[in-house]
Write a protein that binds this ligand. Sequence first.
Ligand SMILES: *Cc1c(COP(=O)(O)O)cnc(C)c1O
Length: 413
Amino acid sequence: MRLPSRVRELARQLDREPAGLPAYVYDLAALAAHAGRIRAALPRDLQFYYAVKANPDAAVLRTVARYADGLEVSSGGEQRHAAAAVPAAALAFGGPGKTAAELAGAVQAGVARFHVESPHELHTLAAAARAVGRAVDVLLRVNLAAAGPPCPPPRPGTGDTLVMGGAPSPFGMDPPLLDHCVGLLAGPGPGLPGDLTASSIRLRGLHAHMASGLDAPAMLGAAGQILRFGRPWCARHRVTRPEFNLGGGMAVDYRRPDEPFDWRGYGRGLAALARRGETLRIEPGRSVTAYCGWYLTRVLDVKRSHGQAFAVVAGGTHHLRTPAAKGHDQPCTVIPMAAWLPGWPRPGVAAEPVTITGQLCTPKDVLARRVMVPRLRAGDLVAFGLAGAYAWNISHHEFLLHPPPGFHYLADR
Ligand SMILES: *Cc1c(COP(=O)(O)O)cnc(C)c1O
C-alpha cells in the first residue's frame, strides 16, 4: 500500500532511537483532509457525528471534530473523555447496558442526545433526568427485521461484516418494544407505577445501526429501510420534525487500502432520500479514522518452518489486534534498511510469501499471512496501514508485558 513519505521518514528516524519502535503514528494532516472530504460529500444539513469508540485518541478527536457536528459516545468513560478532549462538542450517548450512574453523569453533563436501547433503560434515564432536574432528548434505537429486498443482506462469509440488527440481538428494540416505550411516555396515568408522563423526556426520533462493513449502495439500502419504517412511525406517534440517526458501519476494505468508501455516491443518495422538516444524522467511526493510523515496527527475526517463511516483528497483536479480531491480513509495506551490524549472516527471504507474526507466545499473533514481498530481512522496518480505527484501543496491551508502543502525530498545520 502507498506509504506517505512523512511516515516513512519518521519510521527511519524512530528506528535510530533506543525504544523508538514499535510505534503508532497518526497522520493528522491526512485525517483532516479525509474528514473534510467526507463533510464535503454529505448534504449540508445532514449531521455527521463521529463514533468515538473507533479511536478515542484526543488529538484524533480534536481533528475530526473540526469537520463533524458532534461525537457519539458509548460509555460514561467515553462521554467524560470526549467532553474533556473537545469541550464544545455535541455528544450523543448510545450503546447497550448504560448504568444509572452513567446516565445521571451524562444528563448532568448536558449530553445532547440519548439513544435508548430498552424500556428499562428509558425508565432509568427518566429517573436520572428527574433527579438532576433536566429535560433530555431521546432517540429510540430500533432493530428492524431484515425482511424485504430493499434491505441489503450483509455479504455473508466474507468475515468483514458485523451484523448488529435484523436478527435477534442485544442492540435496539423490535418495533413492538418501541411502541411500548411510547406507551410509557404517554403513561398509564399519573401516579401509577411506571408512569413517565411527568418525566422530561423529549422523544425526537429513531436511531438504527444495523451492520458494519457495508458499501455505499448497501448503506443507502439500509437508510431507505429505516426511513420507510421511521417516517410513518414518527407520524403515528406525533413526533414532529423527526430525527433519524442512520448509524455508522461504512466499509473499510482492508484488501484494497487505497479505495475508501464512496462518500460522494453515499452523499448523493442521502440527498435524494432527505425530506424537509426532518434531520438525518450518521455516526461513522472506522471509515473516518482507519486511514490516518500507521503501526510501525522492525523485523526481529526471519526463518522457515515446514517450508514456509515467517518474519517475527517487534510488538504484535497486543498492540494491533485488528487483524486477529477481524480475521484479515493487515495491509503493510516494507521499508528496507541497509545497515546490519551483528557479526553473523542476516536472516531474510526474497520473492516468496512470508507470514508476519508478533512476539506473543500464541499462534493467533499473526498480523498478515503469506504476504508477497520482494525481500524482507531482520532489521527491515514494516509499516502496517489502516491502523487508525479499532487498533490500539481494542488490543490486549498487558498480555506478556512487552513495552507499549510510542505515539506520534504528524501535525496538520
Ligand atoms: C460501533 C458503532 C458505530 C460506528 O461503527 P463503524 O463501523 O465504526 O462506522 C456507530 N453507531 C453505533 C451504535 C455503534 O455501535
